[in-house]
Design a protein around this ligand. Structure first.
Ligand code: PPE
Length: 308
């Protein structure tokens, strides 16, 4: 889907018209994937737009930059404020927010530390990540022949641009095979996550998800789902998941900022449960969407209202 331009891009502290927000083709990030980023959603609520878990996303952005040895000249609070101001200037009721920190133009060569660290914040209107019907009907997915990055070869907990090449291999293969999305196994063959989402299984009324450290991004939606599920009285097991557990699960779903909570109705052509959204997935969705859209009390303080 082509993106719909917003008016302004926040670019190194200034607001620049969308069409003028450009960088040099010899920028380090373009050649070596030297960037870190976030994906954040702002939802429309009765009290105006609200950003979901803004401090957690800003903190993770700075953590990713730290892992990449990129010094950032803005504090977490300054980044949060810049994001809110970008949403205000662009007049969004709801949007997807993409902050990106990258190495710009100076020298060529793998070590980019002489290249300036630059930052942008873009906002766009973005609907359902896995298709308009996915939230209710669920998606068909396949286990990828590509593995998630080895813990000794990459830094899965950092949201680092270059690492998304693995995700691209996964999703391109999945689509070529007729699936909407891929599930990645780690290098040991255990279930890890999707190309851009964490993964949950429901079996006999308990939730299962891969632990942090197992080639996953420590998703903020994942954390929200764990919190909500525990509140509802479900046990949540963060443990190794064998591939065949996907096939025998009662419910399987993705969790991520872009994907939100998306049910999975088949894996590798094997129908999951009754082949449509399961009851626990539905309950979690209702709670998640209720909170994000301001219809259910924000008892965890997850919303930051854009207009105070
Ligand atoms: N794993 C990966 C690999 C990932 O990219 C994401 C977010 C998640 C898990 C879920 O994390 P969180 O958003 O904190 O719950 N992926 C972002 C980028 C998607 C894209 O296509 O771009 C997102 O969902 O915004």
């Amino acid at each position: 889907m082509p993106m719909k331009a917003s008016k302004w891009i926040w670019f190194d502290g200034e607001f620049v018209p969308w069409e003028d927000a450009k960088i040099h083709v010899m920028s380090h990030a373009l050649h070596y994937g030297t960037s870190v980023f976030e994906g954040i959603r702002a939802y429309s609520t009765p009290k105006g737009p609200a950003v979901f878990r803004l401090p957690e996303h800003a903190r993770r952005l700075l953590n990713s930059a730290k892992i990449m040895r990129m010094p950032v000249s803005y504090s977490q609070e300054e980044i949060e404020e810049a994001i809110l101001e970008t949403i205000r200037r662009n007049g969004h009721e709801s949007c997807y927010i993409r902050p990106l920190i990258f190495r710009g133009y100076d020298s060529l060569g793998v070590d980019g530390r002489s290249c300036p660290v630059q930052m942008i914040i873009g906002t766009i209107e973005w609907g359902r990540y896995l298709g308009p019907e996915a939230i209710e009907k669920g998606v068909d997915v396949g286990v990828s022949s590509w593995r998630r990055m080895a813990p000794s070869a990459s830094a899965a907990l950092g949201k680092i641009g270059g690492q998304y090449v693995t995700s691209q291999f996964m999703v391109m293969e999945a689509k070529a095979n007729g699936y909407t999305e891929a599930i990645g196994l780690d290098i040991y063959g255990y279930v890890s996550e999707g190309s851009g989402e964490n993964l949950f299984l429901v079996y006999e009324g308990e939730l299962y998800t891969a632990p942090v450290g197992q080639s996953i991004l420590a998703g903020i939606t994942r954390d929200s789902v764990i919190t909500l599920a525990k509140e509802m009285g479900y046990n949540v097991r963060e443990q190794l998941i064998a591939r065949e557990m996907l096939y025998t699960a009662d419910e399987v779903f993705f969790a991520g900022t872009a994907a939100e909570i998306t049910p999975i109705k088949s894996v590798d052509g094997v129908q999951i449960g009754p082949g449509h959204r399961g009851p626990i997935t539905k309950r979690l969705q209702e709670e998640f969407f209720g909170i994000t859209t301001g219809k259910i009390e924000d008892r965890h303080g997850w919303l930051t209202y854009v207009n105070g």
